[in-house]
Ligand binder design. Structure first.
Ligand SMILES: C[S@@+](CC[C@H](N)C(=O)[O-])C[C@H]1O[C@@H](n2cnc3c(N)ncnc32)[C@H](O)[C@@H]1O
Length: 285
């Protein structure tokens, strides 16, 4: 690995891995819904060799392994060794033996292709240099192969995360991130269709398409879990973490504001808030 995403990789393999592990269920079954729908709309064919970019806990790789069948190959890649280890355990527990995982920085490392299909559920928004990363993915693709990325659309259409961000922003002043590692550009860095289509074309892809997908997603089994989730992850969680590193603690006011912001989403079966993604597809010539 080179040092292109060193700081982000440190965050993903450390503080973010710990936080993601705590909310694994919400992330994989709640937010993960977008990936399942995307794979349903634009599935890889049986027998395909598929790369899952930024595979996290490896659950989408397992879904892909089932879609491509025993003649196919599902390969998850993640820059964080902890996620790669967790992914191997996910595949073992699922009894899937055509899923494999390896650790690499997708922006610069050899991705062990060729693949017929590259998929990513929320794994392409954190590269320091998105065009370089997309070009590196393309290098691993066979001619005519497809790319399918699920990325968040603009924050205003994602109250599941933006409501908490606005509530925290009103209390905690903007802080520099100092020496704390951060996740990289962030969850909304691919929200702009014009920017992303330009990045894909610059990286050598063609036939770029965007499909908007809106869904209410579960962000906690109850208000307490949704509150804990908002405080730990996403822009609100990042603001709280970075402020705490500088000695700024506003726990009571933040809790009160977040409770107010999240209460409208409480239902009998859990906390469900609106969310919106792009299914971005493209082809390698
Ligand atoms: C928001 S998580 C999504 C994980 C998973 N795809 C999911 O939907 O649950 C982003 C993932 O991308 C990985 N990632 C970030 N930058 C990366 C890079 N440069 N190369 C490989 N993986 C990266 C992180 O370690 C993390 O697992």
């Amino acid at each position: 690995m080179t040092d292109a995403n060193t700081e982000a990789i440190e965050a993903w393999d450390g503080v973010l891995f710990q936080k993601f592990s705590r909310f694994r269920e919400v992330l994989t079954t709640g937010l993960g819904l977008h990936g399942t729908v995307a794979l349903d709309r634009l599935p890889p064919v049986e027998g395909a060799r598929v790369l899952d970019i930024g595979c996290g806990f490896g659950d989408a790789t397992v879904e892909i392994a089932r879609l491509v069948g025993r003649r196919g190959r599902a390969v998850g890649v993640d820059c964080a060794n902890n996620f790669v280890e967790a992914s191997r355990e996910t595949a073992r527990a699922a009894g899937v033996d055509n899923a494999e995982y390896f650790s690499a920085d997708v922006q610069v490392d050899d991705l062990r292709g060729p693949y017929d299909f590259a998929f990513s559920r929320f794994g392409t928004m954190f590269f320091a240099s998105p065009v370089a990363a997309l070009r590196n993915v393309k290098r691993s693709l066979a001619p005519g192969a497809s790319l399918l990325m699920v990325v968040w659309r603009r924050r205003e259409d994602n109250p599941w995360i933006h409501a908490g961000e606005l509530a925290v922003k009103a209390i905690i002043p903007p802080v520099e991130h100092g020496d704390e590692p951060t996740c990289g550009p962030g969850p909304f860095s691919m929200a702009g269709a014009d920017t992303v289509s330009a990045q894909l074309v610059a990286a050598g892809y063609e036939k770029v398409r965007f499909e908007r997908h809106d869904a209410d997603i579960c962000i906690g089994k109850d208000l307490e879990e949704a509150l804990a989730f908002a405080k730990a992850l996403g822009p609100a969680g990042e603001m709280i973490r970075l402020a705490a590193a500088q000695g700024i603690h506003e726990t009571e006011r933040v809790d009160r504001a977040l409770r107010t912001a999240l209460s409208p989403f409480v239902r009998p079966a859990g906390v469900f808030a609106p969310s919106s993604t792009w299914f971005v597809s493209a082809q390698s010539p």
